[in-house]
Every structure is written in C-alpha cells, then in structure tokens.
Design a protein around this ligand. Structure first.
Ligand code: NIG
Ligand code: FE
Length: 397
C-alpha cells in the first residue's frame, strides 16, 4: 500500500472501454495512429476513485439529528426514540420509485464530481419486501442510466423494523422474511451483488447475522458486513470466518478481530467520516490493520445519518490525518483496495493495460495534494469505460 507508483510524462491509451497501453507519448502515438488526444498535462491522472460503501438512496436529510447529538443525545439514543434509521425508513416508504431515482441521481452526480467512478449503493431504508425491492430497483435504474459504475448491495438487515420489535418471535419472523422472501427474489432478479448486515449491539446479533450471511451465500450473493462500528461484538471475526469480501467500519474492532482479518482475504473498509460527523473520539486502528497485513480500503459511508458527505478525497484527508495513513496508502485504499472490497480487483482501480478505462483527472501536480487540499474539489473530469462521466460531456483539449 505504501508503493503507489507515480509515472511522469506518461500517456494512457484507451481502446474501446479498456486501457490499451500506458507509456511514453511518442511511442503510444506511433502505436495508436489517428487517435483523438486529450491533454492532461496540467494535472494528475489517477484510476477513478472507488467508493465501496454508501447508502445513497434515501429521502430527506436528517440535519435535525446533528443538532440533537450536539446537545448530548447519542446516535443509538436517537434510534431508540424512533429516529435515526427508522426516520429514514418512514420517509423512504412514503416515496415513489420515480422520486427516489431523482433524489439519488443528483446525489450520485455529486459523488462523481469529486472523482468517484465506481460506487457501491446499499438498500436498507425500506425494511419490508416491497420497499427493499423498490430501493434495489432504484439502484438498478441508476446503474443503467448513469455513466458511473454502480454496485448494488441488499441491506434488508439495516435495522429491526419498529413493527417487528414486540417479541422475539416477531423479530425472528423479520429475519425469516429477509432470508426466505427477499433474498431469493433479489438473487433471481439480479438486483444485488452483495448482502450486508448491520451487526451491532442493539441491532443484529452475531447469530442472526450468521443466519443471513449463510442464506446469502446459498443464494450465490457475495458478503459484506457492518462490523464493530460502535462496539466490539465479534463482527470482524464473523466476517473473516464467513469469507466476506469486506468488513466495514471497524472503529471498535478488537485485537482478535484484527487477527482474524489478517488470516482471511477480507478487506477492512474504514469510514472515518462517520466518526468525524458523529463527533466520536474512536478511530479504526488502521496502522495495526496494515501492519497485520490486512488490505485497507477507505469509503465515504455516504448516508443521511452518520456521514452525509459525497467527497471521497476528504475521506482520504481523514485517512492521513486521523488514521495515520501515508498519502500512498490512502490512494491505494480508495482505488486498488476499494475495487477489491467490491470483488472488482481485476477490472478497476488501476491504470494498467486490460483494466477498464475508469480514470480521474485532478487539478494538481502531485497525487499527495489529493488528501492535502482538504474539502476542495480538484477533480477536472472522470471517464468510466472510456466514456466521459463527469462532467457529463467533458471537453478537455
Ligand atoms: O453505516 N451503521 C449503520 N448504517 C449507517 C448509518 C445509517 C443511518 O444512520 O441512516 C452507517 O453508519
Ligand atoms: Fe454504512
């Protein structure tokens, strides 16, 4: 992660939707005669950024809760009062598919404007068969319509819906609905690549999480996990044991969780924006994870409750300032390892022949400026599959 390769005076040849060659301009000109050229000389060209964890389909913003937390009411306390995720659930259920597509489209375009070319989007504010399917259809429509590369994750286990909380039996019946009703339909209609669970004290227990992840595997879906975000409850250990593609958050991961991840292929996806926005002191132990040999990714966790930022470069800033990553580690975390966190390590996240032509151009002279100019939008343009993504009809020459 500390050896992010920097090439100078280099050209990238795009052939169709892929990178055909990376090398000296004169020799690429020779090799690819009559190609159109885009002059990127005033900037740094990187692999398009990969935001591997977002909850981008939601209705209203939740700025009221930010003030409540400032007044001393914690995130879990707000949820216990029927706010938090429940408030977004009530809101999303009242909106049409059309309306949600319009809201999410604008938000995803904001993510794209910071250099993100691949984005994972979770469901999880529906929490009923109809509303989870509605959310996943919204994601599918946007994946079809927008130039960004969008990966869908089913997060029906984001919370226990309020109407299933009265007894252990009711609670179990919601888990049953996820496993037996929602998941088979989602798999057969190809509405998601991943299944995720919010495994946390007071939300889904380890044994419920295991049941859901086992069903996901049986349905041919890949696994992700919200693990050890607020409390250390064995989420990282379970993610490693179940061979999840990624274990996300990890601000409260234990040493045994780090050890388990080190012995697996699971990517640790860290979301420092969440801790910043919630005003919490805890930090994911990024250095310990890296030293243990765990691949670390960084993502925004873009969502209305705990991290409403579309700005992935800002998360790189937090990666360096708060998690003590080097600029190279932060860059790899948002490209190569972000791709690995989505099972796309062979296809995106690198400027290498054969990889998809997903590129981002930044107004800077050194890639280390990306985490440095914090909060700034330095992205001049992006391409996905060789076609301009942001701005929609990019003219650079
Ligand atoms: O990743 N932890 C659970 N889910 C989100 C928060 C969702 C919300 O508050 O709306 C997260 O932080
Ligand atoms: Fe999340």
């Amino acid at each position: 992660m500390n050896e992010c390769e920097v090439l100078r005076d280099t050209a990238v040849a795009v052939v169709g939707d892929r990178i055909g060659a990376v090398g000296e301009l004169a020799s690429l000109r020779e090799q690819f005669r009559d190609s159109a050229e885009i002059d990127c000389a005033r900037g740094v060209l990187t692999p398009g950024l990969v935001d591997s964890h977002t909850h981008a389909v939601f209705g209203r913003a939740r700025y009221d809760e930010q003030e409540m937390r400032a007044a001393g009411i914690g995130y879990m306390e707000i949820a216990a009062r029927g706010g938090g995720i429940h408030s977004s659930v009530r809101d999303l259920r009242s909106r049409s598919e059309e309306e949600l597509v319009s809201l999410a489209r604008v938000r995803l375009e904001r993510l794209a404007s910071y250099g993100t070319t691949t984005v994972e989007v979770k469901s999880g504010y529906g929490l009923s068969v109809a509303d989870e399917l509605k959310t996943l259809r919204v994601i599918a429509r946007l994946a079809h319509e927008l130039p960004m590369r969008i990966v869908a994750t089913f997060l029906g286990a984001h919370e226990i819906p309020l109407e299933f909380r009265e007894s252990a039996k009711l609670r179990q019946s919601y888990v049953e609905a996820i496993v037996s009703e929602m998941m088979p339909r989602i798999a057969s209609e190809h509405l998601a690549s991943f299944v995720d669970v919010f495994c946390e004290t007071g939300v889904y227990t380890i044994s419920e999480t295991r049941q859901i992840l086992e069903a996901a595997r049986q349905n041919g879906l890949q696994l992700k996990l919200h693990a050890d975000e607020l409390t250390s409850c064995g989420g990282a250990e379970l993610a490693a044991e179940m061979r999840a593609t990624s274990a996300d958050h990890l601000a409260a991961v234990s040493d045994s969780g780090i050890k388990a991840l080190a012995g697996s292929n699971t990517v640790a996806t860290l979301l420092p924006g969440t801790m910043l926005f919630l005003g919490k002191e805890s930090r994911a132990p990024a250095r310990k994870l890296i030293e243990a040999g765990v691949p670390v990714a960084l993502a925004t966790d873009f969502n209305p409750g705990t991290s409403p930022t579309p700005n992935l470069p800002l998360i790189l800033t937090l990666g360096v300032s708060q998690l003590r990553l080097s600029a190279s580690e932060a860059m790899i975390a948002a490209t190569v390892n972000g791709a690995a966190a989505l099972g796309l390590a062979d296809a995106v996240g690198q400027l290498r022949p054969g990889f998809s032509a997903d590129l981002a151009l930044f107004d800077m002279q050194d890639f280390r400026e990306l985490p440095y100019w914090y909060g700034d939008r330095r992205c001049l343009g992006t391409w996905v599959r060789g076609k301009s993504c942001y701005p929609r009809h990019l003219q650079l020459s």
